[in-house]
Design a protein around this ligand. Structure first.
Ligand code: ZN
Length: 449
């Protein structure tokens, strides 16, 4: 009993102290707490604010700002809920920080018109008419006609739809962005700034792409570039294919053939008996063009205006020694480079030559001694020289700017025969250099010094 009392005497003051402390803490906590709202965005509490009104006002302001920027109507794409809570006032987000916080966790969506190609959403624009115009613009630009052509039909190869949509604001493209995207297949194509000495062809080579692709992606009609001009250089493939069925008529050259007559009694020279002349014909045709490139052509009628006259060369049977025969028939180091410069195209299937780049007007030298068997315009080759070195070897120098030798002339190794240019079907100044053995191309790099 005594023990109990003693205990009780000691216990009482301690209990009161604890109780008093608890009450005091509660009162203190209550004083620190305030009624607040938890802002739940898409089911997750993002922050606490002091009032719903404050958050709604910030949201409205944010929407108005982004609408002004986008120049279109927006709607919030998140679900925002408010929940009344008691919270330590230190945890409530100050009013001036609410918009910043909201900007991080909400998204606005805009009504949009989305271009769908073969079932895949490709680009969204602000409205139906903008999307429609863009598709039409692509069709007209990529379905362009050549002179003397009439359009029979113009369609897309792909299935194209424009759908009403609602997308996040940042997904909406300007017509220019959408056009680039469709034309190049990428939204942020790499840009190249034209520098002094550049030409399309060099730019294409350096960026591992093609001149035609650069021209198409940049809607270029000529190959003239200006300093500082920005070019899209991505290896591009348009997402759409404008298929134009056309009908046309045009005058076309009929190329002449070259006949070589060997005269054993003649000296080791090449003589022109007949220079040859292109013929001419008028054709009417139907063609299918895909993004401007002829994919199929049927000639529906042909009228020969002038028959071609074959070129006849007479060649003596004595030959000039060009190389001692190795296992491949010709050995490395027997031919001199016609010009030194960066190689922009190597020998490969479809390109039986190397393309050596340089400035227009640079001298081109004969790779070896021999006789000029061709000197003049040759279709896509432009101004061209062919030298017969004997033993079945000849070299061709195409796209020349000017020629300084003529057919039948004897030339020696290193002699200037022409200047570098970009004539014929060329995309920039270069020498298209071929080495032929019995009329078949061999890789120039295997025989050049
Ligand atoms: Zn070439």
């Amino acid at each position: 009993m005594i023990t109990y009392l003693r205990h009780r005497d000691q216990l009482a003051p301690a209990s009161f102290l604890v109780l008093a402390l608890m009450i005091f803490s509660c009162m203190w906590l209550l004083a620190q707490n305030a009624s607040a709202v938890a802002v739940n965005i898409d089911g997750q509490t993002q922050f606490l604010a002091s009032s719903v009104q404050e958050v709604q006002e910030a949201l409205q302001q944010l929407e108005a700002e982004q609408e002004a920027q986008a120049n279109t109507d927006l709607k919030l794409s998140n679900e925002v809920e408010y929940q009344n809570v008691f919270a330590l006032s230190g945890r409530v987000l100050p009013s001036d920080q609410i918009s910043v916080k909201l900007a991080q966790c909400v998204r606005f969506e805009a009504a949009a018109a989305t271009i769908v190609i073969n079932g895949k959403a490709v680009a969204s624009l602000v409205d139906q008419s903008q999307a429609q115009q863009l598709v039409e613009r692509f069709k007209t630009e990529y379905g362009k006609l050549a002179e003397g052509e009439n359009l029979i039909q113009l369609d897309f190869e792909e299935q194209v739809e424009i759908i009403e949509d609602s997308v996040p604001l940042e997904q909406i493209c300007t017509p220019e962005q959408a056009y680039d995207l469709i034309a190049t297949g990428t939204l942020n194509p790499e840009k190249y700034v034209v520098q002094e000495g550049d030409n399309l062809w060099l730019i294409a080579r350096r960026n591992d792409t093609y001149v035609d692709d650069i021209k198409q992606a940049n809607h270029l009609t000529s190959e003239l570039l200006s300093l500082g001009q920005e070019l899209i250089v991505v290896k591009s493939k348009p997402l759409l294919t404008a298929v134009a069925k056309v009908e046309g008529s045009k005058l076309e050259a009929i190329p002449f053939e070259t006949q070589v007559v060997v005269d054993p009694s003649a000296a080791a020279t090449v003589r022109v008996r007949e220079p040859g002349q292109d013929g001419e014909r008028k054709i009417t045709y139907q063609a299918i063009k895909k993004n401007g490139v002829v994919a199929e052509r049927t000639i529906t009628s042909e009228e020969i205006i002038k028959n071609p006259v074959a070129r006849v060369l007479v060649k003596g049977n004595q030959v000039v020694q060009v190389a001692s025969r190795g296992s491949t028939g010709i050995s490395k180091g027997v031919l001199d480079w016609p010009v030194y410069g960066p190689i922009s195209q190597y020998y490969r299937s479809g390109h039986p030559a190397i393309d050596i780049t340089g400035k227009v007007g640079t001298a081109l030298q004969a790779s070896g001694s021999g006789y000029v068997v061709e000197a003049g315009w040759n279709g896509g080759y432009g101004r061209t020289i062919v030298i017969d070195h004997g033993n079945g070897y000849s070299t061709r120098y195409a796209h020349c700017n000017s020629l300084s030798v003529s057919v039948g002339q004897k030339v020696s190794r290193g002699q200037t025969i022409a200047t570098l240019g970009s004539t014929g079907r060329s995309t920039g100044p270069h020498c298209h250099y071929e080495v032929l053995y019995n009329g078949s191309a061999v890789n120039p790099l295997s025989v050049l010094k």
